[in-house]
Design a protein around this ligand. Sequence first.
Ligand SMILES: [Zn+2]
Length: 300
Amino acid sequence: MSAWKSGQQNVTEDVTSEEYESWISNYCTLFGHDYFVEVSQDFIEDDFNLTGLSSGISHYREALDLILDFEPEPPISTADLPLIEHSAEELYGLIHARFILTKEGLNAMAVKYENGHFGSCSRVNCDSMLLLPIGRYDQAGVETVRLFCPCCCDIYFPSSSRYLNIDGAYFGTTFPGLFINTFKEVERQAAARHQKESFQLKIFGFKLSELSKSGPRMKWLRQFPTTPEEIEEYNKCEYSVATPQDVGKLKGSKEKRAEEKDKDKKDVVDEDVKSTDSKVKADDDDVTMKSPDGSIMSVK
Ligand SMILES: [Zn+2]
């Protein structure tokens, strides 16, 4: 009891000693703003991090001063204050989208994620997988925030209407992908849930045909690799950017396929030899060299 009382005294002392609360702290504690993390002052003061933001926001300088709790010069008139506050909110949101892609921002979001601040997926087979905020567009004012499930890889509306005013651009399109790639345990949690078979509608115990109107459309979207070969291919695909060698290989295989197609045509349909010939003419000499009996050349 006495410990509780002393604790209470400490709290009241702290509140009185902290006379001012920063704009950022205050903004993040407002109703419906609990998806936001506090962006560090150092991050905002580094001009490099704000590159390109000044052009899209009115009263940029005043809004930035407001976020950083700087005294504006000249003082803001009361008529302009609502406009500048709105600009500050938009600017903070866009800075926030950049901040949560940094190591510090990702760690701050990870704490929120672990504590379930973003909610959990309502799909039964996702087994309450925790969600991550996402914006489908990086431009502000297009769409409000959505939640991404790392298990079913789909997006959802937030469960509460309090988040319907939060712009999706304040979290951006990159965040969930980078988060999952950074914290491998999220990937493992999702993989553990992938073992479950997707739900399929049945009538008297019989599965519905995929061709039926109520059949399991796009079932492959919910399928994940199971065999070692599939897993290897899956791992190769993820986040890889095609190299010039890959492009060369792809081009080579396409040409090869075209050659094989021509070859098949020639073997099967003798009457169409003339038309095949015109195709071969359009190609380079390589094709004619690879023809086994030279019949195409002799037809000319
Ligand atoms: Zn899900």
